[in-house]
Design a binder for this molecule. Sequence first.
Ligand SMILES: CC(C)(COP(=O)(O)OP(=O)(O)OC[C@H]1O[C@@H](n2cnc3c(N)ncnc32)[C@H](O)[C@@H]1OP(=O)(O)O)[C@@H](O)C(=O)NCCC(=O)NCCS
Length: 164
Amino acid sequence: MISLRRITDADSEQILRWRNSDEVRLFMSDQEPITLKDHQAWLMARVEDPTNVGLIAEKSSVAVGFMQFNILDTETTEWGFYKSPDAGPGLGREICTESIEWAKQNLSVSRVVAKVISTNIVSLKLHLGIGFELISEEAWLKLTGYERAASAHKFFRRSVRGPG
Ligand SMILES: CC(C)(COP(=O)(O)OP(=O)(O)OC[C@H]1O[C@@H](n2cnc3c(N)ncnc32)[C@H](O)[C@@H]1OP(=O)(O)O)[C@@H](O)C(=O)NCCC(=O)NCCS
């Protein structure tokens, strides 16, 4: 069973190692390795910011993944995640399912949105498999207020309370 807890400074080294591993980095919008200095600034902001929540997923007390909820407005949070390159198959789905439950308990938003690089087959299947609905880029831009993505992505939405 997966449990989730807020990130702390003590997670810094591990998160950076996961984020810079080829298994994760090559599926991120920014594929450049993150420097320690940038990472530490990012982590400090995450630890303190109630609208941009970083979580560590643990299985049997071992850290297996990272989840981030970036709360965009009263209705919508964006999420992003990766698992440890050492974690076994199937854990991504478990982390995401538990994270939806966490959002239901801890956030007041009604929907989660996600942007996935079009070639990231595992993440595309994962989102569809846990009740996310594919939406147009126009719908995504409206929900998030972001700029149009430079490269090809797919966009998803899911109600926090249930699929759809
Ligand atoms: C995305 C990620 C968390 C998924 O974790 P995972 O443990 O590998 O995924 P799961 O084993 O839970 O599988 C998810 C789906 O992909 C499928 N899948 C897994 N490996 C696959 C592969 N090599 N080829 C095709 N499909 C695959 C699974 O069958 C499952 O589909 P289903 O729900 O329809 O059965 C993990 O791969 C990761 O950290 N990737 C790098 C970062 C990333 O892409 N983050 C998401 C950014 S949007």
